[in-house]
Design a protein around this ligand. Structure first.
Ligand code: SF4
Ligand code: SF4
Length: 340
């Protein structure tokens, strides 16, 4: 990795440069919130966003994704190619960059998912530093900074950006489109100051150091029953989560019944049908068991396989939950043995 500095006024040039050969996708305002959308004009970019409604996962693992068409008579697959046009995902926060790395473990390791891989390979990631909001607790997992998973990363120093360049492609594009300069000691000092100030902005620290132990010990805790009483099984927490990846597969036949499409759709372990199997059995038919499962999968099961928890502390689930169930509250309740 190496570092450069770019004047803030050059940012629109950088976006316009990327747009010559790529679709540029970045955060834009939508009502009083933000979403990732195609950028037609650099002025649309809102790099001051807190968080987006849906995470960048929707660009790699869409909510509904047609995987193939097929012919019924002979089961012939007619069309299973995925075309991924080159694009730049501009303005991704560290938590969402880290979330994509966690998704990579699922979609690119034991079994390489060609749909996810094609989109991942076609996408350059430009990260941006952020200001923590009230719901953020990425600092609890060490995902408040991104050291990998981007091509270039912009840290806002006010009048200029401190640019971390991680990939050759990122370096080339930066060189092609915008004037940058070598970093000075003053730039480095400002970068360190801004980074340290940001760490002070987080709401109270969430102590997660005991979490795997707590989960081992609290499997039968009344905390889960209390959460089950409140949970609405709406699945919103999973839908907005940058690291939830469960999906359903659905076949739809054409009206003439001769061909059909196979699609992948986001699913949620919080839905009552999620764990239903043949013969009318359901392994998790209570809301308490489903809430519990989500926490055990994220903070225990995934951890045991990949040595990271499957959460980046983005706070989206806390914002989305109509029952006000938040990871911060759940972790605290487990530690204290109940709700206050
Ligand atoms: S569980 Fe909640 S805080 Fe953690 S990554 Fe998912 S949405 Fe973000
Ligand atoms: S968003 Fe809240 S209410 Fe809905 S399933 Fe998740 S925890 Fe339950």
């Amino acid at each position: 990795m190496f570092f450069r500095v770019m004047e803030s006024s050059r940012l629109p040039d950088l976006v316009r440069g990327f747009a010559q050969d790529h679709e540029v996708i970045g955060p834009v305002a939508k009502d009083d919130r933000f979403v990732f959308a195609t950028i037609d004009d650099p002025a649309e970019l809102r790099l001051d966003y807190d968080t987006t409604l849906l995470p960048p996962k929707k660009l790699f693992f869409p909510a509904e994704d047609q995987l193939m068409r097929f012919r019924v008579a002979d089961n012939e697959v007619l069309d299973d190619e995925v075309f991924a046009a080159p694009r730049v995902l501009f303005g991704v926060h560290p938590c969402d960059i880290n979330a994509l790395l966690l998704m990579d473990n699922i979609f690119l390791k034991d079994y390489v998912d060609p749909y996810y891989k094609a989109r991942r390979d076609a996408t350059l990631i430009v990260g941006i530093s952020c200001v923590p909001s009230e719901e953020c607790f990425c600092n609890a997992w060490g995902t408040d900074e991104a050291h990998w998973g981007f091509d270039i990363f912009l840290t806002d120093l006010g009048d200029r950006y401190f640019i971390s360049v991680r990939s050759v492609k990122g370096a080339e594009l930066l060189d092609d489109f915008v004037e940058t300069r070598e970093i000075t000691d003053a730039d480095t000092a400002d970068f360190q100051r801004v980074t340290a100030e940001r760490k002070e902005m987080f709401a109270e620290d969430l102590d997660t150091s005991q979490l795997p132990l707590l989960l081992d010990a609290k499997f039968d805790s009344p905390v889960w029953d209390a959460l089950g009483e409140r949970c609405l099984s709406c699945g919103a927490c999973s839908m907005v989560c940058p690291t939830c990846y469960c999906f359903d597969v659905r076949d739809d036949l054409a009206p003439d019944q001769k061909t059909g499409t196979r699609s992948r759709l986001w699913d949620s372990c919080q839905f009552s049908e999620f764990s239903a199997v043949a013969h009318g059995q359901n392994f998790r038919d209570s809301r308490a068991s489903r809430v519990k499962y989500r926490y055990y999968h994220k903070q225990w099961g995934y951890l045991s396989k990949f040595e990271r928890v499957l959460c980046v502390g983005c706070g989206r689930c806390a914002r989305a939950c109509a029952a006000n169930i938040t990871p911060r509250e759940v972790v605290s309740a487990l530690a204290k043995g109940g709700f206050e």
